[in-house]
Design a protein around this ligand. Sequence first.
Ligand SMILES: [Zn+2]
Length: 279
Amino acid sequence: MIAIEDHKLVDPEGKIKISFEETPNISGPFPNGLPDTVVIHYTAGSSAKSSAGWLRNPQANASAHLVVGKAGEVIQLAPFNIKTWHAGRSSWKGRVGLNQYSIGIEIDNAGVLVQSPDGYYTHFSKKVEPQNVVIAKHKLDSTEKGWEAYTQQQIEVVEQICLALKQAYPIAEIVGHDDIAPSRKRDPGPAFPMLSLQNRVMIGRNEDLPDEEEPNLLGDAVVVAENLNIRSNPGTEASKVSGPLTKGTKVKVEKTVGEWSYVKIDIEGWVSNQWLRNV
Ligand SMILES: [Zn+2]
C-alpha cells in the first residue's frame, strides 16, 4: 500500500515502482492548510517517461507532482508540499489558479483519439487496439468520440495515491482538469472512472471489514466503474476477452476467487470485485 513520507510517495511493500525525478518548474511551498484538492489529468503523451521528461524541461512551462505510467509505475516530479504548474488558467468553487491549492496527477494516456477508416489513432499517429478504445461522450461535449482506455493498474494506483494524500493532507476534493478548466481542457475525460474514484476516496468504502464480512457478490450485480476490463483469468496480466464492460452493465457473478469474480453476461470472464455491487 502506498504511503507518504517526507512529502514523497513510498511503497513499503515494494510492489509499486516509484521514482523521483525533480522538476525545476515549481513555485515554492504551499501555505498551511494546503493542498486541499487533487486534480487528475491525462498526459496526451506517448509514454510516462517522455511526459515526465517534458514536465522537467524549463521550456515546458508546465509540471505536475506525479506521472502514472500504464503499468502503474509512478514518477514523482516534486514533493507534495511544493506547488507545481499543472492546472493553468482555472477556477473552481470561487477560487482561481488551482495550482495554488492542489496536487496534480498526470496519467499516461493519449486522451481523445482520431478516427480513421481502419480504426482509432492517437494524435501522435499510433494505432490503438480496439479493446483499448472507449467510445464515449465527454460530459461537456455533444458527440461521442474515441478515447484511450486507462489501464486497471493506473486506476488502482491513482486510488491508492489519493487515499495516501488524503491521510497526509487536508484533501477535501478530487476534480478533473476538465472540471476546473472546462473551456479548454477535456482531461481526464470519460474513459476515467472519476465518480468511482471520488466516491471511493472521499466517501470511503468498507475497507475495515474483515474478509469474511465482505459482501458476498454471488448472483446479480452491476458494474460501477465507468469501464471494467473483463479477462480470461483472474489477474491484471490476463488477456481481455472483449472491450470493457460499461457502467451499469448487469452481470451474473458465478464465483469469486480472492479479489476477482467470474461473471456472465452474453460473454463471460473475470473482473475485479471492487467494481461490482450487488443489486
Ligand atoms: Zn490537464
